[in-house]
Design a protein. Structure first.
Length: 211
């Protein structure tokens, strides 16, 4: 049944006459208009990049940006190792979990004869790693699924405008950015080679670390 506003018991006579409330609304609108025209912006800390002396309330996007909250899932990035290569080991877990199927990976294998420290432990790396940011639904499951902290959405920005759909397909050079990240659990720090794991061989059903 439709709501009957005339039966609202909270309405006093002034509201039911209607005209005083109409004038009050106009006064509020006029106050904000004049404040924006001549006044100064309120000191809202969430507005970044303020410029000039015109401190009005309206955010002049895109010249001014409202700061995103800390947990905002922004544009993807591939996290680099200390040697500048992606931390990604091409395990396909992010591509598998992605509900929008917008991650495409092709894996390459390190040459066992390569003497670099990472290649003796890491077997695979991405030769192709692309994300179609137009198809992405920004769910963050790829970040959650990654076992190597190799993909993050902490850029606090979103994909900029492009003239073509292809421009939204981000490849490794576009994705790889940010400071290098290393963890004490990184296998290339704990093991000499992929054939020599640090842990002792245990009974089949005993977890590593249990005695
Ligand atoms: S945020 Fe979600 S939809 Fe976007 S690439 Fe990651 S898993 Fe796929
Ligand atoms: S889950 Fe992580 S390590 Fe695996 S392919 Fe994706 S980004 Fe690379």
């Amino acid at each position: 049944m439709a709501y009957d506003a005339s039966r609202n018991p909270s309405q006093d006579v002034r509201e039911r006459i209607y005209l005083p409330e109409l004038l009050r609304g106009l006064a509020v609108t006029t106050r904000h208009f004049l404040r924006n025209l001549f006044g100064q912006r309120d000191t809202n800390a969430s507005v970044l990049n303020r410029k000039g002396r015109s401190l009005v309330t309206t955010v002049q996007y895109p010249e001014e940006r409202v700061a995103y909250p800390p947990g905002y899932r922004g544009l993807h990035r591939l996290v680099p190792r200390e040697d500048g290569k992606p931390r990604c080991v091409a395990c396909y877990m992010c591509a598998t979990v992605c509900p929008a199927q917008c991650i495409y990976i092709e894996a390459g294998e390190y040459d066992p004869a390569d003497s670099s420290a990472a290649s003796r432990v890491i077997e695979k790396f991405p030769t192709t790693f692309v994300i179609d940011e137009l198809r992405c639904i920004v769910c963050g499951l790829c970040v959650e699924a990654c076992p190597k902290d190799a993909i993050r959405m902490d850029t606090a920005t979103h994909a900029p405008s492009e003239y073509t759909r292809q421009g939204f397909v981000y490849d490794i050079p576009k994705l790889l950015n940010g400071p290098p990240v290393s963890h004490s659990s990184d296998p290339w720090k704990r093991r000499e080679s992929s054939e020599a794991p640090e842990h002792q061989a245990l009974e089949p059903h005993t977890r590593i670390g249990e005695t």
